[in-house]
Write a protein that binds this ligand. Structure first.
Ligand SMILES: [Zn+2]
Length: 252
């Protein structure tokens, strides 16, 4: 949760902004999606050709949003050194188009041949494309933040900010608070699974870092485990959420 109140507010606003970029991209996916797109190679190709620039522009928007956040967050957290912007990289829409052909009609047809209902098979294709686009477009912001942290004269740590209902892997990483890591880890790569909606918060080492409230919950849960490992943590998380769901249903 940053060191300052202003920083915490900026981080939350940034997370919301990134989710907004993603949601509008996925709405456009959904709006243009038909059964024909799922089953017909030509229709699929033209759907992809139409969506690829959208993915590239979500990537760019995500990167610009992250850079704006970083500049303001840095000032809020009391960093005195002048801010230097970085050149934001672009996403090649063609590369994305190529990479998602594996979720196209051949994939859907194979699912149907394996006995899945057509509607469910078509749905699975859209879900796979959406998860893929989530990682691809959100990499815009993450890569920008990684580059900005890398460009700092001093080494910057960063913490993962996860959702209240994220997966156990992300929850565990969020619970650890700020860690030193390579720009690669903060930006892209295996630290970010498909569909992950986590964001990053830098920590400049000035003042005491306070965990984001959600991360604090995860940290407490982790500390209370008898045997602290990811499987035990996952079970605890699932149990907790089941309890919350039951309480929610009973109460409302
Ligand atoms: Zn995540």
């Amino acid at each position: 949760m940053a060191v300052t109140e202003a920083g915490a507010v900026l981080t939350e606003a940034h997370r919301t902004a990134q989710l907004g970029i993603l949601e509008s991209l996925l709405r456009s996916f959904e709006a243009e999606w038909t059964d024909e797109v799922a089953f017909d190679p030509a229709a699929f190709a033209s759907w992809v050709a139409e969506q690829a620039p959208e993915v590239a522009s979500a990537y760019r928007l995500s990167a610009e949003t992250a850079q704006r956040y970083y500049e303001r967050f840095r000032a809020a957290e009391g960093v005195q050194d002048p801010f230097t912007s970085v050149i934001l990289d672009q996403l090649d829409p063609w590369a994305w188009s190529e990479s998602v052909t594996r979720w196209g009609p051949a994939y859907v047809t194979a699912l149907v041949e394996d006995g899945l209902a057509e509607e469910a098979a078509a749905r699975r294709s859209l879900v796979a494309l959406s998860l893929d686009a989530t990682r691809t477009s959100m990499a815009g912001g993450r890569t920008a933040l990684a580059a900005l942290m890398q460009a700092e004269p001093r080494r910057v740590r960063w913490a993962r900010i996860a959702r209240a209902r994220c997966c156990a892997f992300c929850a565990m990483l969020a619970s650890r608070g700020p860690v030193y890591s390579s720009a690669w880890a903060a930006g892209a790569g295996r630290h970010w699974h498909r569909g992950c909606k986590c964001t990053v918060e830098p920590y400049f080492g000035r003042g005491r870092y306070r965990l984001h409230p959600t991360s604090q919950q995860y940290a407490t849960m982790w500390d209370n485990l008898e045997y602290a490992n990811l499987n035990a943590f996952r079970r605890e998380l699932e149990q907790q959420r089941r309890k919350e769901d039951e309480a929610g249903e009973g109460g409302a």
